[in-house]
Design a protein around this ligand. Structure first.
Ligand code: HEC
Length: 155
């Protein structure tokens, strides 16, 4: 049976104190009651807080014990401090930035070393060889000129 409450429980409940609390003027609370939709808001009072207002709808199952007079029977308010989460996000972001920087530096260094080995060093050797060839050519040319001159073929 859905709407059955044991008599001694009814008695205990009826003995409970029911002082109405302070009236809430929170606009999110009001909207949650009016729309029966959950509302959430970020508050910045020194630290960042996420607050959720979750309305408890007055469903058919509730009518056995509660009336049908209201769409919403209550609102659960849950607040979550986001400072710790924000700090964790910050450290994670910093760590990622550090890893990215190290990766860039590492890749650059590897690229430079690779270019040196594959391009610059062989190029240097080519330059030295070219200079040697030029020197030998000059030497041969001057030797040839001296020989031609001494043979009377050239002045
Ligand atoms: C078996 C009976 C029963 C059913 C079904 C039931 N309730 Fe209740 N509910 C109670 C009793 C008893 C109280 C305490 C009332 C009091 O303190 O006077 C209570 C209290 C509440 C309160 C606290 C505020 C208030 O109105 O006193 C809320 C909110 C509430 N119920 C919501 C619901 C919702 C939503 C449902 C349906 C999903 C539901 N109840 C179904 C018996 C029931």
């Amino acid at each position: 049976m859905a709407g059955y409450i044991e008599p001694d429980l009814v008695e205990r409940i009826s003995k409970m104190r029911r002082q109405p609390g302070a009236r809430l003027s929170n606009s999110y609370f009001t909207r949650a009651v009016q729309t029966a939709e959950s509302q959430e808001t970020y508050e910045f009072n020194g630290s960042r807080t996420l607050t959720l207002f979750q309305p408890l709808r007055n469903r058919k199952e509730c009518h056995d014990c509660h009336g049908e007079d209201h769409k919403v029977r209550g609102v659960v308010r849950i607040s979550l401090g986001l400072d710790e989460l924000d700090a964790e996000l910050r450290t994670a972001r910093n760590r990622q930035a550090g890893v990215a920087l190290l990766t860039i530096l590492g890749v650059s260094a590897a690229l430079i070393a690779f270019m040196r080995r594959v391009l610059l060093r062989p190029l240097g050797r080519v330059i030295i060889a070219a200079q040697q060839i030029a020197r030998v050519t000059l030497m041969l040319a001057s030797t040839l000129r001296i020989r031609m001159r001494s043979a009377g073929w050239a002045r």
